[in-house]
Design a protein around this ligand. Structure first.
Ligand code: GLN
Length: 446
């Protein structure tokens, strides 16, 4: 009730929710109370959470931030949603996002932009901007996000919260509407690493319904938070601290690194020589997969359908033309082009080769260091409209996060201070399935 009334009071200014599920939330809270009374509670029983509107929720609109799915009521729950239900959490509603998770500022949502609670003239980041803003404004204690190229970490950075993108395969993608299937990964966004650890324990684990989910035991992430950092080897990639990084952000990251040295860590400069290729490779691979995934929205099976189609082609063209916004259409066009006969080798195949080189860079780095630290984003939250006219400027917001998705590694963002009164995030990158280590490193700073 307390959170619902905060949502009612403040979300008019923020627009972080697309749907508030007041009645089912109160019923779930009551059921959680009963479960607690029976002594059957787990660590998250009764905890209110928000779900990014990309996760299918049975009986509740699942819009993915798009007009295409504005009236889509999912007939089933995503695995992540189902696991949270079983843990006894209380879903307060569905959170705003960039349309089909394509964007870095939440400005592509059909439901209008989300505003950053630290300064409502600035963007919250994207695509999980609703999740980040709702957590930052204390409208929810925790929320889910998804990260294809930075969409958990960059909004966490802009809104001063903590978020982790797990290793690809750690969290089931079943029921999470696909954008770029080889990159998409769900994860928690919350105030602290400790809260993220509790949420991730519930979200993670093998799911036979997702063929890319990995069959490995899920550690008790919260039990590892206080581990010693004595002897931890930190790598600082020189490519992360070059031109283009705001000086204030660089200073704050170095100050955080100095804290780790006091805790016994050692620091060395490393190199990820193919880093500069990550944004171009991503903007071939991600649109290619998007053009294929979004082919299912054809106006026939579900989603928006145009009025009075003349014939089948007209039905497809007008339903998709009306249902998808400009950024989604741009991605479909780029992806279809890159996959077309004659261009496949020049673009898609080449991007896949570059992707391998980027993974190899990280593989080499993790032979020398345990974690990589650096900025999450090149700037603090920017103002509305600042980058909307120039898609490439917008794409560069993810310059430090995208390589992690291309390699499938876990990455995290934690707040480390303020620049011009806006939050600054630091990124922590680890080797495959090193989520425990990342959460431990984050927690010892917090
Ligand atoms: N901003 C990037 C994009 O628009 C990443 C989005 C994401 O991680 N979902 O593709």
């Amino acid at each position: 009730q307390a959170f619902l009334s905060r949502i009612q009071r403040y979300d008019g200014q923020l627009n972080s929710f697309i749907t508030v599920t007041q009645d089912s939330a109160l019923a779930a809270a009551k059921a959680a109370d009963e479960r607690i009374a029976r002594g059957e509670a787990g660590p998250l029983t009764g905890v209110p959470l928000g779900q990014k509107d990309i996760f299918c929720t049975q009986g509740v609109r699942t819009s993915c931030g798009s007009k295409m799915l504005d009236r889509f009521i999912s007939p089933y729950d995503a695995t992540v949603v189902e696991r949270f239900k079983q843990a006894g959490t209380v879903m307060l509603g569905k959170l705003n996002m960039d349309e089909f998770a394509m964007g870095s500022s939440n400005e592509t949502s059909f439901y209008g932009p989300v505003r950053n609670p630290w300064d409502t003239g600035t963007v919250p980041g994207g695509s999980s901007g609703g999740s980040a803003a709702a957590v930052a404004a204390r409208l929810v204690p925790g929320a889910t996000g998804t990260d294809t190229g930075g969409s958990i970490r960059q909004p966490a950075s802009f809104c001063g919260i903590t978020g982790i993108k797990p290793t690809y395969g750690r969290v089931s993608r079943w029921g999470m509407i696909a954008f770029a299937s080889s990159l998409d990964q769900g994860g928690p966004m919350a105030r602290t690493a400790e809260d993220c650890a509790l949420m991730l324990r519930t979200m993670a684990g093998f799911d036979p319904k997702d063929s890319t989910s990995v069959d490995l035991p899920v550690p008790d992430y919260a039990a590892c938070l206080n581990g010693s950092l004595e002897g931890l080897r930190i790598g600082l990639p020189k490519e992360f601290f070059g031109d283009g990084l705001d000086a204030d952000i660089a200073r704050l990251i170095h100050a955080a690194v100095a804290e780790y040295e006091k805790l016994g860590a050692t620091v060395k400069e490393i190199s990820l020589p193919n880093m500069h290729l990550s944004v171009p490779a991503y903007y071939v691979v991600a649109p290619a997969e998007c053009s294929s995934n979004l082919a299912r929205f054809d106006g026939v099976r579900y989603g928006h359908r145009c009025e009075n189609p003349k014939d089948l082609k007209d039905l497809y063209m007008r339903s998709r033309g009306e249902g998808f916004g400009a950024e989604v259409q741009r991605r479909i066009l780029i992806g279809t082009y890159a996959l077309s006969a004659g261009y496949y080798d020049a673009y898609y195949l080449k991007a896949q080769k570059v992707r391998r080189l980027i993974s190899e860079d990280f593989k080499r780095a993790f032979q020398e260091v345990d974690v990589i630290l650096g900025p999450t984003a090149p700037s603090v939250a920017f103002r509305f409209g600042e980058k909307t006219a120039d898609p490439v400027a917008m794409y560069l917001s993810d310059i430090y996060t995208i390589a992690v998705n291309l390699a499938g590694l876990p990455g995290m963002s934690i707040p480390v201070g303020f620049s011009n009164d806006l939050p600054v995030g630091m990124q922590i990158i680890g080797d495959y399935f090193a989520e425990e280590r990342l959460l431990n490193v984050a927690h010892r700073y917090q």
